[in-house]
Design a protein around this ligand. Structure first.
Ligand code: FNR
Length: 389
């Protein structure tokens, strides 16, 4: 905070990335082609779920307390028995190579430096091994788009484990890509042309299976291999709640389900022996017309918060948003688009500025709200108001 204000305001060095969350998306637009921009900024249908996500944050208001700034503030948290410096986690975002050549490896490196876990997407333009090398001393989580083929799944889990990914995040809400007009109108689906399939294309079991079935190597038939890979991870919904037993048996670290919105699904996650859930609507990119993610958080925390770790995402843009989610019972929050906007604007440096800015904003706003630790975040300091313009 001091460093950022000091450098920016006092020494006249302005950050390359805007610190105004309302301008970040527009700034990123200047650096991206229309297709990449629409891919990150877009959502399902008429984007009403994205609107609901932001509306929910606007309707929940913080109620600051005074003269509570001693002892020292501390934003660290404990998740799944591990200490983290702060409650932020970089959300899994696919195809980062379309936003900047620094791609996943660059962002993973920055996360290591800044002290925020990097969640690697299955739909990445970098391999599991390269991301791990870039994030050497950092904390890394792996997000699984759950393949139909158990042998491919086992191979990916093995690679993730061997490369130091500690938490497995299984995304349930994207077994098929949604109706996303901004992409459809531009004829844009990255995966079909081989972009974002690096995890599959570098997987020995997937490669051997593809070669056996088609007689070609992946490199000689990128289109065919892409079709086979996305057919394995996106097309159709072959998995059921009972199938989670397979993942539970084959992943000995924390197992987290991402995309939970209904309280009954949260209960099913407990029953399946999961360690955590991410209350998320995928940033409004899947179901159009869905409830704001923050609005379902309290009931889910009330139902299962004492049985597993409840994390949150969808719509976080400011430090204040982070505090609101924590006050409503989340133990940590994932951030998607803002980080990708930073990456798009200035690669590693841009992502670093967004992350450090968000952490500084969180620190400052928490202090000014009279909340010293994450454990002190509670519902006495937040209230929902009915209508907000
Ligand atoms: C995503 N998200 C996502 N989630 C996931 O589990 N696997 C993935 O590959 C992706 N890919 C992806 C691409 C892009 C461009 C975006 C914007 C998002 C969803 C992501 O993890 C997260 O749930 C949302 O981004 C959270 O909402 P905000 O922070 O973007 O509002």
């Amino acid at each position: 905070q001091t460093e950022i204000y000091g450098k920016g305001a006092l020494m006249g060095i302005l950050p390359g990335v805007t610190t105004d969350p309302r301008k970040l998306e527009e700034q990123a637009r200047e650096f991206l082609g229309i297709r990449s921009f629409n891919y990150v900024a877009g959502g399902a249908g008429e984007k009403s779920t994205m609107d609901s996500n932001r509306q929910a944050f606007r309707q929940w208001k913080l109620i600051p307390r005074m003269m509570r700034n001693k002892p020292e503030q501390d934003v660290s948290v404990e998740l799944f028995g591990q200490k983290y410096e702060n409650p932020l986690i970089v959300a899994p975002v696919g195809v980062q190579g379309i936003f900047h050549e620094d791609k996943e490896t660059g962002l993973a490196e920055v996360c290591g430096e800044v002290g925020v876990p990097y969640t690697m997407s299955t739909a990445s333009t970098s391999s599991i091994e390269d991301v791990a090398a870039a994030n050497k001393d950092g904390k890394r989580w792996y997000q699984l788009y759950w393949p139909r083929d158990n042998n491919v799944t086992l191979s990916i889990l093995k690679r993730a484990r061997e490369n130091g990914f500690s938490v497995l995040v299984v995304t349930l809400d994207t077994w098929s890509l949604a109706w996303r007009p901004a992409d459809l109108d531009n004829g844009y689906v990255p995966f079909i042309k081989g972009v974002g399939n690096e995890v599959g294309f570098t997987d020995p079991v997937f490669r051997a299976k593809f070669e056996k079935e088609t007689g070609s190597k992946v490199e000689d038939d990128i289109l065919g291999a892409s079709r086979a890979w996305i057919g394995d991870i996106f097309a159709g919904a072959p998995h059921s709640w009972e199938d989670l037993e397979f993942l539970r048996k084959n992943w000995d670290g924390p197992l987290v389900l991402k995309g939970i919105q209904h309280v009954d699904d949260a209960r099913l996650a407990v029953k399946a022996g999961c360690d955590g859930i991410v209350v998320s609507n995928h940033g409004g990119r899947q179901v159009d017309g869905a409830i704001g993610s923050l609005d379902v958080l309290p009931e889910i925390v009330d139902a299962v918060g004492d049985q597993l770790t409840v994390l949150f995402d969808s719509g976080i843009r400011t430090g204040s948003d982070v505090i609101k989610a924590l006050c409503l019972g989340a133990k940590g929050v994932l951030v998607g688009r803002p980080v990708i906007y930073g990456l798009s604007i200035q690669g590693r440096e841009g992502a670093r500025q967004v992350l450090r800015g968000l952490l500084a904003d969180l620190w400052q706003n928490m202090g000014l709200s009279g909340i010293r630790t994450v454990a002190d975040c509670n519902r006495s300091q937040i209230r929902r108001v009915e209508s907000v313009k």
